[in-house]
Design a protein around this ligand. Sequence first.
Ligand code: ATP
Ligand code: MG
Length: 190
Amino acid sequence: MSNETVANEKGNGKQRGLTLVYTGNGKGKTTAALGLALRATGRDMKVLVLQFLKSPERTYGEQIALQRLGVEIRQLGIGFTWTKTPEEHRQALARGWEITRQEVMSGNYDMVILDEINNALVIKSFLVDDVLPLEEVLALIKNRPSHTHLVLTGRNADEKVMELADLVSRVDAVKHYYNEGISSVKGIEF
Ligand code: ATP
Ligand code: MG
């Protein structure tokens, strides 16, 4: 029996869903999560990508590519803090969190990626805890349908989120071309 056959038999879809966290100050958290979306889609798994801080007014390479593959990806944010009021951001987060809960609890997905939810949870410039309550995020991680893999990305992941996770990878910022004055490269950043 080949190694691949053994692996396939072990990974027969009955495994419990994992909680994976990508955090840290280096570049690569969202792209790591998107890599999982690609891999899971290749295995005919149903994937949903929810982007907490990105706005539907802009386009992203991952959005174009995933749509071509038939993978759902939604931007729940409304843009930068300086173009919208705190109340508008709070409303967007509240709506985004409601969508997240419904979609995760529906059991329709084998993998749900909550991109930049970690950053959203630690916003300090306006009150977040009543619209995106940490306790509810922790409860969703614990109580979601058992087959659903959950991926949470973003800097400054909360300690309690990391405690519940099965995997925490921290991306280190060893070097970034941003410091050489190169910013926002098409196909690399967006
Ligand atoms: P990516 O989406 O490329 O995987 P990321 O999700 O790890 O990046 P975020 O924290 O979401 O990174 O930041 C968004 C953008 O900020 C990235 O496109 C990235 O190039 C830039 N960035 C990330 N880390 C750094 C850094 N240490 N210095 C400057 N810019 C950074
Ligand atoms: Mg990111």
